[in-house]
Ligand binder design. Structure first.
Ligand code: BEZ
Length: 250
């Protein structure tokens, strides 16, 4: 577990792109009426609610109590659950996960929990950050923290695997991988990159005294601007996504 916290108001104000850019995940999942579906890492439930019109039953889980509160406020059946400690048994037709698996640094434990949660024949459909995701940000964070004598890797809350590594983990648990693709997905921001840094990269600021964290984000923004801010002043982050579908054999 990382020291990451989520503020649902800030999340919906500065990270609505997370769901807007993943709307086609629902098509990939192809939920059918009567199916029981687990949304793993549901956040504030903005994507989860898109499953309901398909006539399925959805259980949503997330490790953030504040995000689960926001999901419950949308009328969802949402629960605070650590994704590395799922405890469901043969009860879901599908597990969906968007923009959550890269926050879980013990992937074998996650995959095992998903396997147990699925009925035989059940599918696992997910998108996460993949190898190379926000490499420019990671590079700048590494440089700025190293200058303060801090090893950025020790504070990273993220796990961005290669397709080969994640496939190996899935297959070694018994999943059949039906598709696996790593693709760049430049991700425009509605406002200043500092909002994104405060929301997503706060773990890297944790070793700094609280009074120095805003300066750290500002310094990062200055370093990132030549690579990630275009001539119109629009920030476009260098996201790389790993998207896969797999199933537990019947
Ligand atoms: C995400 O949640 O989508 C994300 C997290 C960290 C870096 C990039 C993306």
């Amino acid at each position: 577990m990382s020291n990451q916290t989520w503020n649902p108001t800030d999340y919906s104000r500065h990270a609505s792109f997370v769901v807007d850019m993943a709307a086609d995940m629902v098509d990939l999942l192809a939920p059918r009426a009567g199916e029981r579906i687990l949304d793993l890492g549901c956040g504030d439930g903005a994507l989860t609610v898109k499953l309901l019109p398909h006539g399925c039953t959805v259980v949503a889980v997330d490790s953030s109590p504040d995000q689960v509160g926001a999901a419950c406020a949308r009328g969802l059946d949402a629960h605070v659950v650590d994704g590395e400690r799922l405890a469901f048994n043969d009860e879901f037709d599908a597990v969906l996960s968007n923009a959550a698996l890269h926050w879980m640094k013990r992937p074998a434990a996650v995959i095992d929990g998903v396997w147990q949660a699925l009925r035989p024949g059940g599918r696992f459909v997910a998108e996460m950050g993949g190898a190379g995701n926000v490499a420019t940000v990671l590079d700048a964070v590494g440089t700025l923290l190293a200058a303060r004598g801090i090893d950025a890797a020790a504070w990273s809350p993220w796990y961005f695997p290669t397709p080969e590594a994640y496939r190996e983990l899935l297959e070694s648990r018994g999943f059949v991988v039906d598709s696996m693709v790593l693709f760049p997905r430049p991700t425009p921001q509605a406002g200043d990159v500092v909002h994104w840094l405060r929301l997503f990269a706060q773990s890297f600021a944790a070793p700094l005294p609280a009074a120095e964290r805003e300066d750290f984000y500002a310094e990062l923004a200055v370093r990132l601007a030549p690579k990630l801010c275009n001539e119109e002043g629009r920030w476009i982050l260098d996201y790389v996504r790993l998207r896969f579908t797999a199933h537990r054999p019947a």
